[in-house]
Write a protein of this length. Structure first.
Lengths: 136, 372
């Protein structure tokens, strides 16, 4: 190999090393660490939510809702619409969860009934322990 | 004394010869109308945005606890702060209107055809960068409207398979719109986007300067009432300077037209600020962001209403977003797709019809999105 060719080879090696060593930390710097959802737990008195009633909560950073569904009991789902992230609202009259942004409609267990949401609302583990609801 | 100063400047800078060669010597083809000045009006609007933006930076605080209040202080406490912010808001919308008109006129004149494909591509990228400016600036007041419009916009990439969630998380800096998102968007708005914009605008202006303005394609049509007569541009087969059969100097003739249009832009801006101040600031823009309540009537700005409505009516999110990405791709590379055919759109009824239909669809979706 000629000296000039060798220099070109070294130039490529060091350029790629510098570029890679720069881009990797930058990509890590930009991408946020993926936090696992619903790691925190919450306990509330179950009597606070009558049959057909609901209570909005915040679990970790996720807005959620607990609904006392008639004949089915307590259900906790994320309020974050699976379409584009707006917060669904509980409509007691129609017994539906409705997204105000793109008119997505979910049933009280979070299943999609109509509109553009591609999947159901995320369900949150819920246990009844005595007189309390343990969410998360 | 004044004469001596003038001479001194002339010896050192040679401004007269610069004006003679670069401004008076630069030729504009005859037949160019006021639509040819829209590019410079858009440039002027960008400058207005930059200058007002610098002043807003003096008082704005990019923090979730202070952003809304600092915006209110600018509007209500800082002397003439309302004026600076209103110019920033109104001029941004008008800038987009000017860009859309510029785009329409370029399309109708067929000015994107060879050798101006790169000029079109750079212009298209500038529109996308402008929309990124609008989107990133929109969150900064940290109002209900800005918060939820940004939530919707930053969730759009989740429709993409595999990388969608990661892209959305990178944009937001987490799972939802938070203070990290505000800082990211602030950095984008004032630090990352301006140099990107300047590089592309530099390319765009260089190409316009290098190739020259296109001759209007319709001037030799039979029955067209034009008081001028000239030939089409020579076909471009090799590198050469712009060459017109009939032309006039850029300065002062064309500059006067540009100055006129800039004053029209300023007049409309200040008219809207004085007489229709709430046109671009609805109620939700005056309410501080609440991450736990999505307002019932949340709507994006008018320029995002069409894609917003499209996402609403197409049941499949991936399909809805794919359509828009494909459309943007076709739009950017249109000169390479439509490389053949006459420059005169009036001689191409199919293309004219398609263009009108596209405009109508955009208009209907915008109005529908506004009132749905």
């Amino acid at each position: 190999m000629h000296r000039r060719g060798f220099l070109r080879f070294l130039l490529s090696v060091f350029s790629l090393t510098a570029l890679g060593s720069f881009l990797y930390p930058i990509s890590r710097f930009i991408a946020p660490p993926l936090a696992s959802k619903f790691t925190s737990k919450l306990s509330i008195e179950k009597d606070l939510i009558p049959v057909g009633g609901a209570k909005e909560i915040v679990l970790g950073n996720t807005p959620a809702i607990i609904i006392n569904v008639p004949d089915k009991g307590y259900v906790a789902v994320s309020r974050v619409c699976t379409h584009l992230g707006c917060l669904v609202q509980y409509d007691k009259k129609s017994k539906r969860l409705i997204c105000p942004c793109h008119a997505g409609v979910f049933d009280l267990e979070g299943k999609v009934l109509s509109g553009p949401p591609p999947k159901p609302l995320e369900t949150i583990p819920l246990k009844v322990e005595g007189g309390n609801l343990l969410i998360g | 004394m004044l004469q001596k100063i003038k001479e001194g400047i002339e010896i050192r800078f040679g401004l007269n010869s610069l004006v003679e060669s670069k401004l008076k010597g630069y030729k504009i083809p005859k037949g160019t109308n006021i639509f040819y000045t829209l590019g410079i009006v858009a440039m002027f609007a960008y400058m207005v945005q930059a200058v007002t933006g610098y002043f807003l930076l003096m008082y704005y605080v990019p923090h979730t606890e202070h952003a809304f209040n600092s915006t209110q202080i600018i509007m209500n406490t800082v002397p003439y702060g309302w004026l600076v912010r209103m110019v920033h808001i109104v001029a941004s919308s008008l800038m987009l209107i000017v860009l859309v008109l510029h785009l329409i006129s370029i399309f109708i004149m067929g000015s994107y055809k060879k050798p101006r494909e790169i000029t079109w591509l750079a212009g298209g990228l500038l529109i996308l960068v402008t929309l990124a400016f609008c989107l990133s600036g929109y969150l900064l007041p940290w109002s209900q409207r800005s918060y939820w419009a940004t939530t919707i916009a930053t969730n759009i990439p989740t429709a993409l398979p595999v990388v969608g969630d990661l892209l959305a998380n990178i944009l937001k800096g987490g799972d939802s719109v938070t203070g990290i998102t505000l800082n990211r968007f602030f950095a984008l708005h004032v630090a990352f986007l301006p140099p990107i914009f300047l590089i592309i605008v530099g390319l765009h202006v260089f190409m316009v300067w290098r190739i020259g303005l296109s001759v209007p394609p319709y001037s030799n049509l039979k029955g067209f009432k034009a008081n001028f007569n000239f030939m089409e541009e020579k076909s471009w087969t090799e590198y050469r300077e712009a060459d017109y059969k009939e032309s006039y100097p850029f300065f002062p003739n064309f500059v006067l037209k540009e100055a006129f249009m800039i004053t029209v832009f300023l007049a409309v801006t200040f008219f809207l600020i004085s007489f229709m101040p709430t046109l671009f600031i609805p109620e939700a823009a005056n309410t501080p962001a609440d991450p736990f309540i999505t307002p019932a009537d949340i709507k994006p700005e008018w320029y995002f209403l069409a894609p917003y409505q499209l996402l609403k009516i197409i049941p499949n999110k991936f399909f809805g977003i794919s359509i828009q990405i494909i459309f943007i791709g076709i739009f950017l590379f249109w000169p390479f797709i439509d490389s053949k055919g006459d420059r005169n759109i009036l001689k191409r009824p199919l293309l004219l019809g398609l263009f009108i239909v596209m405009l109508l669809i955009w208009f209907v979706l915008t109005v529908w999105g506004r009132y749905s």
